[in-house]
Design a protein around this ligand. Structure first.
Ligand code: ATP
Ligand code: MG
Length: 600
């Protein structure tokens, strides 16, 4: 099921301090080719913060004729799972696969589209492998790299460090280790001989010791001002099965040790990560430089992570929302996960545009959610098919319109796109209009329907409300109207104007659809500020209604996006099936929250 079919243009390639560095390296010809990577840990689903990193890493590869690897940073098997591996793969693929077709933005950098063509579309997002067997495997389908593929090599590098006297086996407990490091104290096991260290490390690998009994630590400087250099852990014992390597290992490398080596093994040139890793950079360099590896070595560069208003971003918190059933799953359309955003109806293009728009800086801050919403509206405005649908219907009867008569009226599919053409919508004597478009006691400046007032039905006639029909307890049942049959849109005498135009559907022809009206998941911009984010959940973040839709929506597809005129943008939900339409409201036409804020 493809959710992507049309791609509007990407804005010109952005420039920022990381791209400037890469451009300088390209100009100086330092590397044969630019090579980046996106290295998620498969311990949860990707969120929009990851999308920023994906667009940066794959974007740089795209703009500079390089390649980008998707790599599972899978060194902590206790928290990882194949479900996450698969979702990450799907999300990355969705976000970038259409990008390879889009050659725009390259000219801005003075590069030719042919640089991309050389790699071929597939290669662009199926990074070239560094080993023949992986090359074979990965050429067959979109498959990521795994840090766990390098466990043998990483182990050998650890032995090399031991042999160089730059690593030792330590018998302190995890708590003692923390305490010693905090206080800048040397471990009493620091001065073991190379032979003893090698022997113990090999026995760690062989499974002789239980979890936590021993670790392998780098021998750098126990009292270094940078705490990350205080003889950091390189390996820990964990008798846990791994989703990729099974029972092969009972020791696993720490993130800091595995990451720089994985970068090196894959030939990464620019290892781009978020600011919290800045303090790890000296360790990154120390490990690679201690091993006498052939140059050039990869280098780490840091940028500010994305924090978005009205949501939480960390995987741990998102997992809480899922586990505690506060949302329906990782792909709940209210979640800031890539799969949730996709399910809601946002296109990959809109997300990439957002990532471009926010830019890359060194300063952490909160991005206003309206920036995301702007990118979504702009994209959907260009691509959406306009349709008529009534969310909260009331019936009207056009008393001077013949019973049984049906007219097929012309309606424009997309005023932003002439090639989208026109369609027919049936008009008949009984129609539905939006409950909100009628007011019995209208407020000032109410230009929609009111008793005795006139309004134009979009693509159809001007009608006048003649009579309000109610039941015994005063509930509105229907409106009796008359149409000015000379006023048909596009007709000879259609020039007559009234102030309001409203949407409608023919009652006999309408199809029902379940419509899920989503709003922000939290009621405050920083739900996490006081440490209790769940208390700020928006109780009205989802409302489910049954709408009356024009009959053409029976043929709605997952690939299309729809604007229900005057209401909002919608997309089919993945639970829609033949005979059951289910639409998600992706976003309203206007920012209702900004309006509220203004009123206050
Ligand atoms: P979280 O902190 O949300 O749980 P994480 O940092 O643990 O996420 P990883 O799987 O380690 O998630 O991240 C993979 C890559 O994505 C890393 O390079 C990381 O720097 C980047 N990344 C994670 N969160 C963000 C964010 N909010 N903005 C930009 N990049 C991010
Ligand atoms: Mg992380």
């Amino acid at each position: 099921m493809s959710l992507e079919n049309k791609d509007s243009a990407t804005p010109a390639a952005p420039s920022d301090f990381i791209r400037d560095i890469v451009a300088a390296h390209v100009a100086e010809n330092i590397y044969p080719r630019i090579h980046t990577r996106f290295p998620p840990e498969p311990n949860g689903y990707l969120h929009i913060g990851h999308a920023k990193s994906i667009c940066l890493n794959f974007g740089i590869a795209r703009e500079f004729g390089g390649i980008c690897n998707l790599r599972m940073d899978d060194t902590n098997p206790a928290k990882e799972d194949m479900e996450y591996v698969e979702s990450i793969q799907a999300d990355v693929n969705w976000l970038i696969s259409a990008w390879a077709d889009d050659k725009l933005g390259l000219k801005a950098k003075g590069m030719s589209p042919e640089t991309l063509a050389e790699d071929g579309k597939r290669d662009f997002y199926l990074p070239a492998a560094t080993q023949a067997d992986r090359e074979q495997r990965k050429s067959e389908s979109f498959e990521p790299f795994y840090a766990s593929d390098y466990f043998d090599q990483i182990y050998d590098y650890a032995e090399e460090l031991i042999e160089k006297g730059k690593a030792f086996v330590c018998d302190l407990t995890p708590d003692q280790t923390d305490e010693y490091r905090r206080n800048g104290l040397e471990s009493p096991f620091r001065n073991r001989t190379v032979e003893e260290n090698l022997d113990l490390f090999q026995r760690m690998k062989a499974g002789e010791f239980t979890d936590g009994v021993r670790t392998l630590r780098a021998k750098i400087d126990a009292s270094a001002p940078n705490i990350w250099l205080r003889d950091p852990l390189l390996y820990r014992i964990k008798h846990v099965e791994h989703h990729q390597t099974g029972k092969q290992w009972c020791i696993y490398p720490m993130y800091d040790f595995a990451h720089c080596l994985s970068d090196y093994i894959e030939g990464i040139t620019h290892s781009i990560c978020t600011l919290e890793f800045e303090v790890h950079r000296p360790l990154y360099d120390w490990i690679l430089e201690s091993l006498n590896l052939p140059r050039p070595l990869p280098h780490q560069y840091e940028f500010a992570r994305l924090a978005l208003g009205y949501t939480v971003m960390s995987k741990r918190k998102l997992m809480q929302l899922v586990d505690e059933h506060l949302v329906t799953g990782w792909d709940d359309p209210r979640m800031p996960t890539i799969c949730g955003i996709r399910r809601r109806g946002v296109t990959a293009q809109a997300l990439r545009n957002f990532a471009y728009n926010i830019g890359i800086t060194k300063y952490n801050g909160i991005t206003d959610v309206s920036v995301l919403e702007f990118a979504i509206r702009e994209d959907l405005n260009k691509r959406s098919l306009r349709r008529l649908a009534v969310l909260r219907p009331i019936k009207i009867v056009i008393t001077n319109y013949p019973e049984g008569q049906v007219e097929e009226l012309d309606a424009t599919n997309n005023p932003e796109d002439e090639t989208a053409g026109k369609r027919k919508v049936p008009f008949s004597r009984e129609l539905y209009i939006e409950r909100d478009d009628f007011a019995e006691v209208p407020p000032p400046k109410f230009f929609r329907l009111k008793p005795g007032g006139e309004v134009r039905l979009k693509y159809a006639y001007i009608i006048k409300c003649e009579e309000v029909i109610k039941d015994a307890s005063g509930n509105l049942l229907e409106l009796r109207c008359t149409a000015d049959l000379e006023s048909k849109t596009g007709g000879a005498s259609s020039a007559r104007k009234v102030k309001g135009t409203i949407h409608w559907v023919s009652a006999a022809h309408a199809v029902d659809a379940e419509v899920r009206l989503y709003d922000r998941l939290f009621t405050v911009a920083e739900p996490d500020a006081d440490g209790d984010f769940k208390k700020h959940l928006n109780p009205h973040s989802l409302e489910v209604i049954t709408a009356k839709c024009e009959p053409s929506l029976k043929g709605a597809t997952f690939a299309e996006r729809y604007q229900f005129e005057r209401l909002a943008y919608f997309a089919l939900d993945l639970e829609a099936k033949p005979g059951k339409l289910v639409f998600n409201r992706t976003i309203t036409l206007k920012d209702a929250w900004a309006k509220e804020a203004q009123k206050k």
